[in-house]
Design a binder for this molecule. Structure first.
Ligand code: MUC
Ligand code: MG
Length: 370
């Protein structure tokens, strides 16, 4: 069913986190969600674009995402009719370079509107779900080893998560390795521990770090070197038995092709925002499948809206490394009527038409910037 876009509204929504979340390049005490409402002749769709730490993670800030949507993308789409996301993406890409976060929010809103109009979930528009529950890890990133161990033990006891990711790279190598291995030792052999360096190491440091992490039983090392150092990432993936997860280095299907073609042997972190939307992220996934590269469902720490958009896409895949779609659990509140069901190390994919979630407009108004 074709969808005619009539108008697009956009809000910046600031929601505090439950505790400071420390990454190598930023400490988050609040998350800013850029929320989009797309009004179409056939109904309304919602989308979200969220980044981490203003401009410290990627080249699009929340404010720039809102401006790109309002100034450039919205005038391009309003009044136009699209048969589906392929036509929508072609229209946006013909006139707007990059700006994948802004495009992701719009592609999500379009899919939500089209799914609701057709009475089918977004996953059905993306190929169809092959699972209803997806694995979800939790990131321990308070910045303090003992606090992280307590948090990990509590979540294990509650049965909410059985896999953890640690954020390292902000401190010197010795301190970071001591931190990671202390958590691994405290949480035990049955618990999978992965680390995300967020580009903080040069290749020499990464060689040493990978070797110590491998020896210490860490299961996966995410983006140890800079985004631009494609060759470094390939070398590390070939040299160590502990797998490398490419995150910042792999945004689109073209990046995925180039890395695999260069001999990369690890896994790719898919993120709808990096690729330009749920359907665009699946293009990267399919390149990875063709190249024999494993997959992981990644987050930009979105709220429920962006998280569910990602889950619809991930539900069509076999994700060898599971997902990290815990964003809503890091936020003190959200803008949806019903929260997601996180339990037993998994999250349930909502089943209704479109994204399958309902926006709480009172909360949206409450948290939105004036
Ligand atoms: C990243 O780089 O992976 C995902 C989980 C988390 O704690 O931070 C993000 C960003
Ligand atoms: Mg990462």
């Amino acid at each position: 069913m074709s969808i005619t876009v009539e108008s697009i509204a956009c809000w910046l929504v600031d929601i505090p986190t439950i505790r400071p979340h420390k990454l190598s390049m930023a400490t988050m005490g609040c998350q800013t969600l850029t929320i989009v409402r797309m009004t179409c002749a056939q109904g309304v769709g919602w989308g979200e674009a969220t980044t981490i730490g203003g401009l410290s993670y990627g080249p699009e800030s929340p404010e720039a995402i809102k401006s790109a949507i309002e100034t450039y993308l919205s005038p391009l789409l309003c009044g136009q009719t699209f048969s589906g996301v392929a036509a929508l993406a072609a229209k946006m890409n013909a006139s707007v370079k990059g700006n994948t976060f802004a495009k992701s929010a719009l592609e999500t809103a379009f899919l939500d509107a089209q799914g609701k109009a057709l009475g089918v979930p977004v996953s059905a528009l993306l190929g169809g779900a092959v699972c209803e529950r997806l694995p979800v890890l939790w990131t321990l990133a308070s910045g303090d080893t003992d606090k992280d161990i307590d948090e990990g033990k509590r979540l294990l006891a509650e049965g909410r998560h059985n896999t953890f990711k640690l954020k390292i790279g902000a401190r010197d190598l010795t301190t970071d390795i001591r931190h990671a291995l202390a958590i691994k030792a405290a949480l035990g052999d049955d618990v999978s521990i992965r680390v995300d360096v967020n580009q903080a190491w040069d290749l020499t440091t990464a060689m040493k770090g990978m070797s110590l992490l491998q020896e210490g039983g860490i299961d996966l090392v995410e983006q140890p070197v800079a985004q631009w150092d494609r060759q470094g990432l390939i070398t590390l993936s070939q040299r160590f038995a502990v797998p490398v997860l490419a995150d910042e280095a792999v945004a689109t299907s073209h990046d995925g092709y180039a890395l695999a073609n260069g001999g990369f042997t690890g896994a790719y972190a898919l993120k709808i925002a990096k690729a330009g939307g749920p359907a665009q992220a699946l293009k990267l996934a399919h390149v990875a499948q063709a190249a024999g590269v494993a997959l992981y469902g990644g987050t930009m720490l979105e709220g429920t809206l962006g998280t569910v958009a990602s889950l619809h896409a991930w539900s069509t895949l076999n994700l060898q490394w599971g997902t990290e779609m815990f964003g809503p659990l890091l936020l003190k509140d959200d803008i949806v009527v019903r929260p997601l069901d996180f339990s037993a190390g998994q999250v349930t994919l909502p089943q209704g038409p479109g994204l399958g979630i309902e926006i709480d407009t009172d909360k949206l108004r409450h948290y939105a910037r004036p």
